[in-house]
Structures are given as structure tokens and as C-alpha cells.
Design a protein around this ligand. Structure first.
Ligand code: ADP
Ligand code: MG
Length: 294
């Protein structure tokens, strides 16, 4: 089914029977500078509960910076984040927000501490938020099962596992605190092509089961079409186009989006970045060139 036609997830509107509900997350005027370089320039973002917003843009456009700022790994120079209508400000509010937002990074080799067992990695957020203290092993088992790691021992070390399995562990960890929103920063782009579809299917399945909202950063336009309700196009730290996934991917309004759509992907998954081959005036690749067997 086309994402645009998909019914709004019931979880998205739980407790808001009438009237305009506040969006799950609303970021306004997010600005982040590195020295004199402005990586994010007054970015606005809105995510409804249970929905998927994708961020696309060439390499260096500020996608990961936005993810890191939203999840609190870096501090914005200015801007406001509201979650369920409440401004995220102050220690308590930040802590509650962190519990409600999970994050999955691009490289599952870098994002798991090799000295921890996979069970310890998954338990980390539980300990940080003092959750499931009386049944941590049970909760870890449940989370590993939920990501297709049934039968895998929690006391195994990550070096035994493939990239796809490690990413499953990272997803389990992101789900540990039972978040409402998961920020995924190119979660499949470091994986073998054959594994990418499995991880994407897992994320979609988890969304359906748990009513998750996703902020999904990707350079893969097939993925964008498949998973997104809305798309924000980022160019040098500014959102230049925003709209429904169908509109943005099929009838882009901005010249930059049209160039992104025409970008020729390289063969290697690691090189399949929208940004890399974006020479001005580069020829538009036929759609079939982007297709890869699952
Ligand atoms: P994307 O994820 O879209 O590829 P990033 O958010 O990683 O882009 O980076 C956006 C810009 O900010 C880039 O020009 C990058 O070099 C710069 N940048 C990112 N992180 C830092 C940092 N810690 N220090 C200085 N510059 C940074
Ligand atoms: Mg990035």
C-alpha cells in the first residue's frame, strides 16, 4: 500500500479523541553552528505520532547533525523542541524526552561497544532510566526476540555477529525504553544490500506493532518512497522542500530535489549516497539503475 493512503496509526491518536492534537515532536528554528559554519539554519520539523518523516539531502547537508541535536547528543545554538506539546527544557524534561526517543545509527560496528555483551548493550538504556530493574534479563530477552534474535544468547559478544545482526541489536537497544519515536540515521546504508531489505522490513513491522513514529534519514529514494509519510529535503542546513512522500518523490518542486532524484547511485552500498555524485548538470539516471535485488 502506498504510504500516503495508509490509515493513520490508531496509537497516534490515543488520548486525543477531539480537536487538534499536538504533534508528537515539533522542532522550531533549530540552528547549529560549528565555529563559523552553520550546519543547521533555523530548521523546523514536525512529526505526528505513528508516522514516518524522512530527511533527505546530499552528504554534508546536516542530516546527522539534526538527528544528534534532536536526540540530545549535541546542543543546538538556538531553537525549541516540543514533545507532545511540552517544551523540552530542563533536566527532568530532557530525561523524560530521552526515554521516549530511541536512536539507531548508521554503522552498527561503531555503535556497539565491543566490550559489552549484546545483552548488556540492550540493557544499557534500561539501567540509565532505572526501568525493569526486577526483570532485566526477561526484558532483554523480549527485546532480542522482538528484533528477530530469538535463540541468540544475551551473553554473546558482538564480534560474533554480522552487520545485520548487530543492527538488530542496536534496534533492540533503541526500543528498550519503549519509545514513541525512533530516529534512524541511515540505518541500512552500511549493510549488505541483501540485508538492507530485511532490516527495513523489521523497522516497518516494529512500527506497525508498536505505533512508533520514525524520523528516517536516508539517501535511498526507493526506501524513501516505501517508508515515508512525509519528506523534508535538506540543503546546506536549510529545509528547501517539504511535502507528502508521493509529491516530493514524484513531483518535486525544488530544483535541488529534482537533482537528488536524478542522482546516479554507485554500486557499493557505502557509496550509495545521494550526495556523492551530485555534480551540477549531471544526467538523470534511469529509475532502473537504482534497483538492487533484495
Ligand atoms: P550529513 O549527515 O547530511 O552528511 P552532517 O550533519 O554530518 O551531514 O554534517 C553537516 C555539516 O556539518 C558538514 O559540513 C560537516 O562537515 C559539519 N560537521 C558535522 N559535525 C561536525 C563537527 N563535530 N565539527 C565540525 N563540523 C561538523
Ligand atoms: Mg550523516
Amino acid at each position: 500500500m502506498n504510504r500516503a493512503e495508509r490509515p493513520v496509526n490508531e496509537a497516534g491518536h490515543a488520548g486525543h479523541a477531539t480537536g487538534e492534537a499536538a504533534p508528537l515532536l515539533e522542532a522550531t528554528g533549530i540552528t547549529k553552528r560549528y565555529g563559523r559554519y552553520t550546519a543547521l539554519d533555523a530548521v523546523d520539523l514536525r512529526i505526528e505520532a505513528g508516522r514516518t518523516v524522512s530527511i533527505v539531502g546530499e552528504s554534508g547537508s546536516g542530516k546527522s547533525t539534526l538527528a544528534r541535536v534532536l536526540v540530545g547528543l549535541e546542543r543546538a545554538d538556538s531553537g525549541t523542541v516540543r514533545f507532545r506539546g511540552e517544551t523540552v527544557r530542563g533536566r527532568r524534561a530532557r530525561r523524560a524526552f530521552h526515554r521516549s526517543v530511541g536512536m539507531v545509527f548508521q554503522d552498527p560496528y561503531e555503535s556497539i561497544d565491543p566490550r559489552l555483551t549484546i545483552g548488556e548493550a540492550v540493557a544499557e538504556p534500561l539501567r540509565a532510566h532505572r526501568l525493569h530493574r526486577h526483570d532485566e534479563p526477561g526484558r532483554v530477552r523480549e527485546l532480542l526476540d522482538a528484533v528477530g534474535m530469538e535463540g541468540v544468547e544475551p551473553d554473546a559478544y558482538p564480534h560474533r555477529f554480522s552487520g545485520g545482526q548487530r543492527q538488530r541489536v542496536c534496534i533492540a537497544r533503541a526500543l528498550a525504553t519503549d519509545p514513541d519515536l525512533v530516529i534512524c540515521d541511515e540505518p541500512t546504508s552500511a549493510l549488505d544490500v541483501s540485508v538492507q531489505a530485511q532490516i527495513l522490513n523489521l523497522l516497518l513491522d516494529l512500527q506497525r506493532r508498536r505505533g512508533l513514529a520514525y524520523l528516517f534519514i536516508t539517501h535511498d529514494l526507493d526506501v524513501v518512497r516505501r517508508i515515508s509519510d512525509e519528506v523534508d529535503v535538506l540543503l546546506r542546513g536549510t529545509v528547501v522542500e517539504r511535502g507528502g512522500a508521493d509529491q516530493v518523490t514524484h513531483r518535486p518542486r525544488h530544483e535541488y530535489t529534482r537533482r537528488l532524484l536524478g542522482a546516479v547511485p554507485a554500486v557499493s552500498p557505502r557509496e550509495r549516497r545521494i550526495g556523492a555524485p551530485l555534480a551540477p548538470g549531471s544526467p538523470t539516471a534511469p529509475k532502473s539503475a537504482e534497483q538492487t535485488p533484495a
